[in-house]
Design a protein around this ligand. Structure first.
Ligand code: FAD
Length: 302
């Protein structure tokens, strides 16, 4: 029996764990990945807006978070596969069969990248589907297709255009949603072609990605374009499948909370991006983790 079970070890979960430890709560953190840090592991640009720390990238900031939790007494299990969660009973069952019980649960499961759900997308993982702009050098000299129309898609198109002969940005809408300066840079870059009102139907290849099938508005039929890399940046969605039918969420699955980070289930809290559809930030996640821990400690009179 633990005081608190924290699900997810990104900035929100780690902050909650740090505070729970400081407040004398017996805490276990469960992380599905081998490495902790959440989205920080995907951030390759410098982080300038987390007050008090300037970091060259997400990993550097994540390493500082880890360093600052090293001496804490909370338990942290990585590579954990959760089979089911009973929020009312505060019981978590792992795929290994182990059952965990607590007084409070903090949901800190963050976001994942949205998928297109088209043929080839999963098949070519690590074989031409590009996970991160950190893999850019492996695609130097190759033709790449970026799917999406927001900031992340535009930023990736610009980054890959520095090393690739052609980058085709495929966007289903009439207008790009990216920041104006990104859009201006896209249009001024001779390596980048933008297909608006266009949809990628499938990713084609044998051993690796060889082409994408694109349908453009007004065209008679879809056509195939040869590329060796595909990067999908069509937004994020919350990791809430495990509990979505047990608590209140918005229509997109983000957990609904009050100002104390409480969900609609007693003694179940949600912190960070999973409960913050409007302004997801590292600062917000870290602050929310602290709030949840303090509310729990006050309730348990610690
Ligand atoms: C490219 C990029 C750049 C960014 N730049 C900035 C920036 O400059 N400044 C800024 O403030 N923010 C930035 N952000 C956003 C910031 O990274 C997030 O707001 C922050 O990481 C949210 O922290 P979190 O802990 O709520 O969620 P996450 O970081 O998403 O962490 C959630 C954790 O929960 C784990 N998890 C999920 N489901 C389960 C499960 N079932 N069982 C166990 N574990 C689970 C995940 O594996 C993950 O480790 C950026 C994000 C990206 C992608």
């Amino acid at each position: 029996m633990h005081d608190v079970l924290i699900i997810g070890a990104g900035p929100a979960g780690l902050s909650a764990a740090r505070w729970c430890d400081e407040l004398g709560l017996d805490t276990l953190v469960l992380e599905q990945n081998q490495e902790i840090g959440g989205q920080l592991l995907w951030v390759h640009n410098p982080i300038e807006n987390y007050l008090g720390v300037r970091a060259a990238n997400g990993r550097e900031l994540r390493d500082r978070f880890v360093e600052q939790t090293k001496d804490c007494d909370f338990d942290l299990w990585t590579n954990v596969e959760i089979e089911s969660v009973d929020l009312k009973a505060k019981r978590v069952v792992l795929r290994s069969g182990e059952q965990l019980q607590s007084i409070a649960i903090i949901i800190a499961t963050g976001l994942r990248r949205r998928k297109l759900g088209i043929p080839g997308e999963d098949e070519f993982i690590s074989r031409g589907m590009i996970e991160s702009s950190g893999d850019r050098e492996a695609f130097a000299g190759k033709d790449v297709c970026v799917i999406g129309g927001g900031n992340a898609a535009a930023e990736n198109a610009l980054l890959f255009a520095e090393v690739c002969p052609t980058v085709t940005l495929v966007h289903r809408g009439e207008k790009l949603r990216a920041r104006r300066e990104f859009v201006e840079q896209l249009h001024g870059n001779h390596c980048i072609t933008v297909f608006k009102e266009s949809v990628v139907h499938r990713i084609i290849g044998n051993d690796r990605v060889e082409a994408v099938e694109i349908e453009r508005a007004g065209a008679i039929k879809p056509f195939q374009m040869a590329v060796q890399g595909v990067i999908v940046r069509i937004g994020f969605e919350p990791n809430t499948e495990l509990f979505r039918d047990q608590l209140k969420t918005d229509e997109r699955g983000y957990v609904t909370i009050n100002s104390r980070q409480e969900t609609s289930v007693e003694n179940v809290f949600a912190v960070g991006d999973v409960a913050n559809p409007l302004a997801p930030t590292i600062s917000g996640a870290v602050g929310a983790g602290a709030t949840a821990a303090k509310v729990i400690a006050a309730r348990l009179r610690r």
